[in-house]
Design a binder for this molecule. Structure first.
Ligand code: FES
Length: 98
C-alpha cells in the first residue's frame, strides 16, 4: 500500500507521515519527491512545519536549513544531517522505503 498519493502532494508544502515508528517529512519539489527524518537534529521540532525553498527546508524553531536531497545540515544551529529515505513513485503512488 502506498504511503501517499502523488496528486495530494503540493510542491513546497511538506507533509509528515508515520511509518515503522518513524516520523518522516515528505516534500515534493518540482516533479521529485524527497523524504527525510522529520525531527530536526538540533532539537525536537517537526521539519514538516518548516519552509521549503528550492531543495532546502528550514526548521521553523531556530532556522537551521537542511538539503532535502542529501539531508545535510546547511546552516547552524544544526550540525548533523537528517536521515534521508528513498522514495518510489509508481503512477500516483508514493512509497517511502525505510
Ligand atoms: S530545533 Fe531545528 S533549528 Fe533548533
Amino acid at each position: 500500500m502506498p504511503d501517499l498519493m502523488l496528486d495530494q502532494l503540493v510542491a513546497g508544502k511538506p507533509v509528515r507521515i508515520e511509518k515503522d515508528g518513524k516520523s518522516i517529512c515528505v516534500t515534493k519539489v518540482g516533479d521529485e519527491v524527497f523524504a527525510i527524518n522529520d525531527t530536526c537534529t538540533h532539537s525536537d521540532a517537526s521539519l514538516a512545519e518548516g519552509d521549503v525553498t528550492d531543495f532546502k527546508i528550514e526548521c521553523w524553531l531556530h532556522g537551521a536549513e537542511f538539503d532535502l536531497r542529501t539531508g545535510q545540515a546547511l546552516s547552524l544551529p544544526a550540525t548533523q544531517a537528517v536521515d534521508v529515505y528513498t522514495v518510489k513513485i509508481d503512477g500516483n503512488s508514493v512509497t517511502v522505503e525505510i
